[in-house]
Design a protein around this ligand. Structure first.
Ligand SMILES: *[C@@H]1O[C@H](CO)[C@@H](O)[C@H](O)[C@H]1NC(C)=O
Ligand SMILES: *[C@@H]1O[C@H](CO)[C@@H](O)[C@H](O)[C@H]1NC(C)=O
Ligand SMILES: *[C@@H]1O[C@H](CO)[C@@H](O)[C@H](O)[C@H]1NC(C)=O
Ligand SMILES: *[C@@H]1O[C@H](CO)[C@@H](O)[C@H](O)[C@H]1NC(C)=O
Ligand SMILES: *[C@@H]1O[C@H](CO)[C@@H](O)[C@H](O)[C@H]1NC(C)=O
Ligand SMILES: *[C@@H]1O[C@H](CO)[C@@H](O)[C@H](O)[C@H]1NC(C)=O
Ligand SMILES: *[C@@H]1O[C@H](CO)[C@@H](O)[C@H](O)[C@H]1NC(C)=O
Ligand SMILES: CC(=O)N[C@H]1CO[C@H](CO)[C@@H](O)[C@@H]1O
Length: 879
C-alpha cells in the first residue's frame, strides 16, 4: 500500500507536477506553534468505580480468550461483511465464549438503510428545540429502535463538526454552533439511547469541521486541524467531555489530522486527552476506512478498526485482525495493549447489559429484500434470509413530530401576519412544500434536494417510512390553498388579500456525494437558497403584500436579498424536520400552537462578518491542507460580539405568537469555589493479565476452518505465526517506536479523575431560578430561558463577552400563567482552561461573575451577580 502510494506519487511527479526535490509526499508544514505531542502508553480502562463490575466481568471473559479471539473482536470483518447479517460495521466474535459479533449501525437520526423505523428530525433541528426533556425523549426512542433492530452500537450523536464553519457539510448532524448546546443535547441523547442498552458513539474526535480534504488517500493526507490547547478544551472538546461524563460507551475518531497527526493514530488525543484526562472507559473506533496504520494506531490508543479494511476496502487486507495478531506475537504491540483494547470492548458490552437477552440483528444494511447475500463484501454465496422487517416504530412518530414542531423557529413576524386564520386564501410557491415527486427515498443516501428537505445527505440519514409533507398537512385543515409546485415564479392572478407562502431550502452533506455542485460542504451554493429561491421570494414579494417564507435548511442562510422587503412579513426556519415535516409546521402556521424554536447558530448579514478561517473552506494545497483555528475561542456569536458585529438574527433568537416577561430571578451559591478544583481522586485498580507473548498456536485457525473470500480473519498461517513468535521471544520486534514511547502506566493528569475529568468540575457552584410569565393576551406559548456567563473584568484571560452555560424551556403557558425554571452553573462553567497549569481555573472566585438571562444571546435583560447574590431586570444587554 505505502509502496504503491509512493509509486503513484512518483509517477505523478515525473509526469505533470513539479515536485520538491527529496520528498516523495511533500506537505505544507503544520504551522509553527502546533505540534502533535507524544503521549504514551495508552491508559488502561477500568479505574472508574461505576465501571468496576463490568470490568471485572470483562476480565473474567478476556482472560479466557486466545490471541486470535482478542484480535478478532477489535477489528471489523470487512466492509459489507457480517456474520449472516451485515450492518454498517461488524466486529469479529469470540463465540466460543459467548461474545457475539457487534453490529454497528448508522445514523444519528434513525436506523439507516432499513425499513419500519422512524426518520427523526436531524440533530440541528433537535438543538433548535432547546427542550431538554424532548431531546432526551428522542434519545429514548432512537435507542428503542436500534435495540429493536438488534444493533449493538448507535453511531451517534454527532458533536464534531461543532459548526465552526457555516458552510461545513455535516453541521446539521450535530446540535448547533455552541459547545454547551452540543454538550447538553449530546449527553441527553446518550442517556436516552444507553438506557435502552444500546452503546452510543460520540463522534468525530475531533476537528472535522469541513468535508473537503478530510480523508487520507494514497495521494494526500487528510487536512490538519491545528487547534491550540485552550480552544480545544473550551470549545471543541467540551461536548466530548460531557458525553464521557454521561457514560458514553464508544468514541469515533475523525478522518482528519490534528496538529499534523491523523486522529486515528494521534496519541495525544486518544491516550492523553480522551483516556487519561477525560477518563474514558469505553472503546475508540476509527471512522470508516480512516484506519491508516497497524502498530502506531494501537499504541496511540485506538481500540477498534472499522470496518476493518485498509484504506482501500474489499481486497481482504487489514492493518489489524491477522496483522495485529502478528504484531503481538512478534512483540511490536505489547500484549498489555491488546488486552486493554479487548477488555474495553467487552466491558462496554457488559456495562450496557448486552450480555442479557440482547436481540441479534434482524435486518441487512445491504438490501431491502427478504433474502440477500450473507456476506455481501465477498460478492459470492451463501445466500439466505437477511431481513425480518421488524417494526420498531411504536409511537415514536409523536416524538419526531414534537421535535419538528418545537424546533420551528419564527425569525420575523411583522404585523403579526402569523398565525393565519383558516379562512385565509393562500398561494403556496416552491417545490419544497411537497415530497420529492420521484419518491421520498428516491435518492440514495438522500443525495439530492428535491421536494421538502427533511435531512441532509450522506451516511447520517435514514429511509423515510412515510413523509408527511407541508402541503398535505395544510390541506388537511383547509381547501383555501393553491399550490404552485415550482421554483420559478408562475405569475398567477393575484387577489390583494391573498397570503403567499414561499418554501426555500439549502442542503449539505457528506463528501461522498456531490449534489448540485456542492461537494458535501456548501462550497458551490454558499449561503444562498437553492434553486434560485431568493429570486422566487423576491418575485412573490413584488406581487403579494403578505409573504411568509418557510426555510428548510442545514444551517444559516444569507437572508439579505429579501429580508427587508416590506411584504416579506414572516420567516419560519423549519430546519430539517425528518418524516414529520408537515403536521407541526401546519399547526404553527394556523396558530394551533406557538412557535418555540430558537436558532442554534447566528445568521449574519454577510459571510465576511466571520473571519476567513471560519467563513471559508480550506482549498487545495500540496500535501496536507492546513486548517488553522486562528480565531481561537471566537466562533459564531463569540466572534460577532467581540467584533461588535450585529448579526441579522443572533444565536438563540426565536419569536413566539405571545410575549414573555422574565421576573424575579434568584441566584444561590452552593459549592464555595477556589481557584483550582480540589485534588483529583486517584485512579482505581484495573484488570491485570499476564503480559507474556502468547503461544503461536493461539493464532492458528482450527483445522478445516472454512473462510469466506475477502472476509477479514484474525488467524495467521502457522508458518507466519511461528516466525512472528520467534521474533517476539527473541525480544527483537524491530519496530521503530515513536518518540516519547513509554510502557508504564501513569497516575494521569491533575485535570482528570473521573469520567469527563476531575469530578469536582461538576460541583454545582450556583443555582438560579427565573420566573417566566406569558405576558400576551391571546396565545399560549413556551419560552426558553438562556443563561450566559460573563467573566469578571480583571482577569488574566481573554474571554468571550458572553457564553451559553445552561438553558430551560417552560411548559405551555396560557396568557397570564407563569412558571419558575431552574438553571445551574458548575465549577467548570466558571472556569477557563489554563494552558500553563494544565487545569481548569476559576479566575478570582470572589470577583463579580455576571450571569445574563434572557431569550437569546442578544436579548439579555436580566442579570445575576455572584459576588452580591443580587439579580436585576430591565438591564441593557452586554452585547
Ligand atoms: C496542538 O498544538 C498546540 C501547540 O503546541 C498544543 O497546545 C495542543 O495541545 C496540541 N493539540 C493536540 C491535540 O496535539
Ligand atoms: C472471528 O469472528 C468471525 C465472525 O464472527 C468468526 O467466523 C471467527 O471464527 C472468529 N474467530 C475467532 C478466532 O473466534
Ligand atoms: C512485527 O509485526 C508488525 C505488524 O505486522 C510489522 O510491522 C513488523 O515489521 C514486524 N516485525 C518484524 C521484525 O518482522
Ligand atoms: C414493515 O414490516 C412489515 C411486516 O411487519 C412488512 O410487511 C412491510 O413490508 C415492512 N415495511 C416496509 C416499508 O418494508
Ligand atoms: C378576493 O378575495 C376576497 C376574499 O376572499 C373576495 O371577497 C373577493 O371577491 C376576491 N376578489 C377577486 C377579484 O377574486
Ligand atoms: C414584567 O414584570 C415586571 C415586574 O412584575 C413589570 O414591572 C413589567 O412591567 C412587566 N413587563 C411587561 C412587558 O409585562
Ligand atoms: C516501569 O515499571 C517497572 C515495574 O514497576 C519498573 O521496574 C521500571 O523501572 C519502570 N520504568 C520506567 C521507565 O519508569
Ligand atoms: C437473525 C435473527 O436473529 N433474526 C431475528 C430478527 O428478529 C426476528 C423477529 O424478532 C426473529 O424472528 C429473527 O430470528
Amino acid at each position: 500500500m505505502a509502496f504503491s502510494a509512493r509509486l503513484l506519487w512518483l509517477l505523478l511527479c515525473l509526469g505533470i507536477l513539479e515536485c520538491h526535490a527529496g520528498t516523495v509526499l511533500p506537505r505544507d508544514a503544520v504551522p509553527r506553534g502546533f505540534s502533535a505531542i507524544p503521549y504514551y502508553p495508552a491508559p488502561h480502562g477500568g479505574w472508574v468505580p461505576s465501571w468496576k463490575d463490568s470490568y471485572a466481568k470483562a476480565q473474567a471473559l478476556v482472560s479466557q480468550m486466545t490471541l486470535a479471539e482478542k484480535t478478532n473482536i477489535t477489528g471489523g470483518a470487512g466492509i459489507y461483511m457480517g456474520e449472516h447479517i451485515p450492518c454498517v460495521g461488524n466486529t469479529g466474535s469470540a463465540l466460543r465464549l459467548g461474545f457475539p459479533q457487534l453490529c454497528l449501525q448508522d445514523s444519528a437520526l434513525g436506523v439507516a438503510s432499513t425499513d419500519n423505523i422512524t426518520a427523526f428530525p436531524a440533530g440541528i433541528t433537535t438543538g433548535a428545540t432547546w427542550d431538554k426533556d424532548l431531546i432526551y425523549a428522542r434519545g429514548v426512542a432512537l435507542g428503542k429502535e436500534f435495540r429493536g433492530k438488534g444493533a449493538n452500537v448507535y453511531l451517534g450523536p454527532t458533536v464534531g463538526p461543532l459548526g465552526r464553519k457555516p458552510l461545513g457539510g455535516r453541521n446539521w448532524e450535530g446540535f448547533g454552533s455552541d459547545p454547551v448546546l452540543q454538550a447538553i443535547a449530546a449527553s441527553l441523547t446518550i442517556k436516552g439511547v444507553q438506557e435502552q442498552g444500546v452503546i452510543a458513539t460520540i463522534k468525530h474526535l475531533i476537528g472535522n469541521e469541513q468535508e473537503m480534504f478530510r480523508m487520507y488517500n494514497v495521494f494526500q493526507p487528510g487536512y490538519s486541524a491545528n487547534i491550540d490547547d485552550r480552544t480545544l478544551h473550551e470549545i471543541y472538546l467540551w461536548p466530548f467531555a460531557e458525553a464521557v461524563r454521561a457514560g458514553v460507551g464508544a468514541v469515533m475518531s475523525a478522518y482528519n489530522a490534528v496538529n499534523g497527526s491523523a486522529c486515528s493514530q494521534n496519541s495525544y488525543l486518544q491516550n492523553g486527552i480522551l483516556k487519561d484526562e477525560l477518563g474514558f472507559q469505553g472503546f475508540v473506533m476509527s471512522d470508516w476506512l480512516a484506519h491508516i496504520s497497524g502498530v502506531d494506531s494501537a499504541l496511540a490508543g485506538l481500540d477498534m478498526s472499522m470496518p476493518g479494511d485498509t484504506m482501500i476496502p474489499l481486497l481482504g487486507f487489514s492493518y489489524w485482525k491477522y496483522e495485529l495478531t502478528r504484531a503481538v506475537l512478534n512483540g511490536s504491540v505489547p500484549l498489555d495493549r491488546l488486552n486493554d483494547m479487548a477488555t474495553r470492548i467487552v466491558a462496554t458490552w457488559y456495562q450496557l447489559g448486552q450480555d442479557k437477552d440482547y436481540p441479534r440483528p434482524n435486518f441487512s444494511a445491504n438490501t431491502k429484500s427478504k433474502d440477500g447475500l450473507l456476506y455481501p463484501g465477498s460478492a459470492s454465496p451463501p445466500w439466505g434470509q437477511v431481513n425480518w422487517f421488524v417494526n420498531v416504530q411504536e409511537d415514536h412518530h409523536l416524538v419526531a413530530r414534537q421535535v419538528a414542531q418545537d424546533a420551528t423557529t419564527l425569525l420575523k413576524n411583522y404585523d403579526n401576519l402569523l398565525p393565519l386564520p383558516l379562512s385565509t386564501r393562500i398561494k403556496v410557491f416552491g417545490t419544497g412544500a411537497a415530497v420529492n415527486p420521484e419518491g421520498m427515498n428516491a435518492c440514495m443516501n438522500r443525495a439530492c434536494n428535491k421536494g421538502t428537505l427533511g435531512m441532509g445527505w450522506g451516511s447520517g440519514v435514514a429511509d423515510y417510512p412515510y413523509f408527511d409533507d407541508p402541503i398535505t398537512a395544510m390541506r388537511r385543515r383547509t381547501s383555501n390553498i393553491q399550490y404552485y409546485d415550482t421554483d420559478t415564479y408562475p405569475n398567477p392572478p393575484v387577489n390583494g388579500t391573498d397570503v403567499a407562502i414561499v418554501f426555500i431550502s439549502s442542503d449539505a452533506g457528506e463528501n461522498s456525494f456531490i449534489v448540485e455542485g456542492n461537494h458535501g460542504d456548501r462550497d458551490s451554493s454558499k449561503l444562498a437558497a437553492w434553486h434560485n429561491g431568493d429570486e422566487l421570494v423576491r418575485k412573490v414579494a413584488e406581487k403579494f403584500d403578505n409573504v411568509i417564507v418557510v426555510v428548510h435548511t442545514v444551517g444559516p442562510l444569507n437572508l439579505e436579498p429579501w429580508i427587508d422587503l416590506p411584504s416579506v412579513k414572516s420567516v419560519l426556519f423549519a430546519h430539517l424536520p425528518g418524516q414529520e415535516a408537515g403536521e407541526g409546521l401546519a399547526r404553527i402556521l394556523y396558530g394551533e400552537v406557538s412557535p418555540s424554536g430558537h436558532l442554534p447558530y447566528s445568521i449574519t448579514h454577510k459571510e465576511t462578518d466571520f473571519p476567513d478561517s471560519v467563513a471559508n473552506l480550506r482549498g487545495f494545497a500540496f500535501g496536507q491542507v492546513q486548517d488553522t483555528y486562528s480565531e481561537g475561542l471566537y466562533i459564531d456569536y463569540r466572534w460577532l460580539n467581540k467584533k461588535g458585529i450585529k448579526p441579522r438574527y443572533a444565536f438563540g433568537h426565536g419569536l413566539s405568537y405571545t410575549t414573555f416577561n422574565f421576573t424575579s430571578a434568584t441566584i444561590k451559591p452552593i459549592t464555595p469555589l477556589t481557584n483550582f478544583p480540589p485534588v483529583r481522586p486517584p485512579k482505581g485498580p484495573v484488570p491485570a493479565y499476564s503480559t507474556e507473548i502468547p503461544p503461536a498456536a493461539e493464532a492458528y485457525a482450527p483445522a478445516g476452518f472454512k473462510t469466506v473470500w475477502r472476509y477479514l480473519y484474525s488467524f495467521l498461517p502457522q508458518k507466519e505465526a511461528d516466525a512472528a513468535h520467534a521474533i517476539g521471544i527473541a525480544g527483537k520486534p524491530g519496530y521503530a517506536y515513536p518518540t516519547g514511547y513509554a510502557q508504564n502506566q501513569t497516575a494521569g493528569p491533575e485535570s482528570g479523575g473521573a469520567e469527563g475529568g476531575n469530578p469536582a468540575l461538576w460541583d454545582t457552584a450556583y443555582e438560579l431560578t427565573v420566573t417566566i410569565r406569558n405576558a400576551g393576551r391571546k396565545y399560549p406559548g413556551r419560552a426558553v430561558a438562556q443563561a450566559y456567563i460573563q467573566f469578571p473584568a480583571q482577569i488574566p484571560y481573554d474571554t468571550p463577552i458572553v457564553q451559553l452555560r445552561d438553558f430551560a424551556k417552560t411548559g405551555e403557558l396560557v396568557p397570564g400563567q407563569e412558571e419558575t425554571v431552574q438553571l445551574k452553573l458548575t465549577r467548570k462553567d466558571l472556569s477557563v482552561w489554563d494552558v500553563n497549569a494544565q487545569n481548569w481555573v476559576v479566575p478570582r472566585p470572589d470577583a463579580r461573575f455576571t450571569v445574563w438571562i434572557g431569550e437569546a444571546s442578544d436579548v439579555l435583560g436580566m442579570a445575576c451577580w455572584t459576588d452580591t447574590g443580587v439579580c436585576e431586570g430591565g438591564l441593557k444587554p452586554p452585547v
